[in-house]
Design a protein around this ligand. Structure first.
Ligand code: NAI
Ligand code: MG
Length: 338
């Protein structure tokens, strides 16, 4: 079948990693018979320059119709400027579950070979929602909102995933010792859901301790279930355990739409230089292919990617190689038919 996918290239390294990923999916589709129709709509400062809107209506319409998008990172200005495009899209389509598998790839030298954990990050509320006001010029207030609905549905996503994939443990990560009401409600909801999954071990860790535990012994974690801001921070920490932000994919799952994107941002320090590692976005596309039940194409790409890493001849700079984005993605294309 032909899959209609909204493609949001983003900015910074976004256009480079999305082009590499589309090239690999097209090549894999030629082998497996899958075909793709890419509906390209950009967002962010580039879109604003062209259309006068940070998120053009055509992008919303396209995601609504296709229900699936592949997205590159979008730069968000610090301080003033516009509200995060990412946060806006997640709220608009109610993409409540941010799923981020952190799994070691072969051949990469790290202190933690064979790590395999999954992060479920609540994606629509918490301090991350950006509900802020200046009380007066000297006092700023950010509101942390945690709801029963938001907490229950992310907890259900995590436990349901655990059950379907034979995972053994879910750790709820929190700071309910300090934020007794908000994080307290989150934990209460996690506990309620955990009771429906007696075969899965449930534990609770405080977030600061979790950072230390992740560095000392990440293997104790199987599934990490957490709120929006802690999930954001822990995702980057976990990516560092397996080789960096160039590797870790993500899926923003909602009821009516899903947007697949890497954990990393627009990496302005290396943008436009053919240096970015497209692996994180490519693995996000593999998650998207599974979501579309395009299993053969997903498996073909994942195997080819792992072969390139295992051989170790064509690696990008972030993990100690010298290859550019283009050479690396060409190596993956070659490995598809190897
Ligand atoms: P970043 O994730 O863009 O970069 C952090 C470091 O990791 C940099 O040294 C960068 O070169 C490296 N890196 C990231 N992705 C890489 C890749 N694929 N290959 C090789 N190296 C890679 O974080 P930073 O610099 O804090 O944020 C830059 C911009 O991205 C900000 O405007 C931020 O708001 C935005 N951002 C957007 C996201 C999204 O669109 N989903 C997510 C995170 C940040
Ligand atoms: Mg982040």
């Amino acid at each position: 079948p032909t899959h209609k996918i909204t493609l949001i290239p983003g900015d910074g390294i976004g256009p480079e990693v999305t082009a590499a990923t589309v090239k690999i999916l097209e090549a894999a589709g030629k082998i497996t018979g899958a075909s793709f129709e890419w509906h390209t709509h950009n967002a962010g400062a580039d879109a604003f320059a062209k259309t006068g809107e940070y998120i053009p209506q055509s992008l919303y319409d396209s995601v609504k119709e296709n229900k699936v998008a592949l997205k590159g990172p979008v730069t968000t200005p610090i301080g003033g400027g516009f509200t995060s495009i990412n946060v806006t899209l997640r709220k608009k389509f109610d993409l409540y579950s941010n799923f981020r598998p952190v799994k070691s790839l072969p051949g990469i030298k790290t202190n933690y070979p064979n790590l395999d954990l999954v992060i479920f990050r609540e994606n629509t509320e918490d301090l991350y929602a950006g509900l802020e006001v200046m009380i007066n010029p000297d006092i700023a207030q950010s509101l942390k909102i945690i709801t029963r609905k938001g907490s229950l549905r992310i907890a259900k996503s995590a436990f349901e995933y655990a059950r379907r994939h034979g995972r053994k443990k879910v750790h709820a990560i929190h700071k309910a010792n300090i934020m007794k009401l908000s994080d307290g409600l989150f934990l209460k909801c996690c506990k309620e859901v955990a009771a429906e999954y007696p075969e899965i071990t449930y534990a609770e860790h405080i977030v600061d301790n979790t950072c230390m535990q992740l560095v000392m012994n990440p293997f104790q974690y199987d599934i990490i279930l957490t709120e929006n801001l802690y999930g954001d921070i822990l995702s980057d920490l976990c990516s560092g355990l397996i080789g960096g932000l160039g590797l870790v994919p993500g899926a923003n799952i909602g009821v009516d739409a899903s947007i697949f994107e890497a954990v990393h941002g627009s990496a302005p320090d290396i943008a436009g230089q053919d240096k970015a590692n497209p692996t994180a976005l490519l693995q996000s596309a593999v998650l998207m292919l599974h979501h579309l039940e395009e299993t053969a194409t997903a498996d073909l790409i994942q195997k080819a990617l792992e072969r390139v890493y295992a051989e170790g001849k064509t690696l990008t700079r972030d993990i100690g190689g010298t290859a550019g984005t283009t050479a690396f993605s060409d190596a993956v294309v070659a490995a598809l038919s190897a």
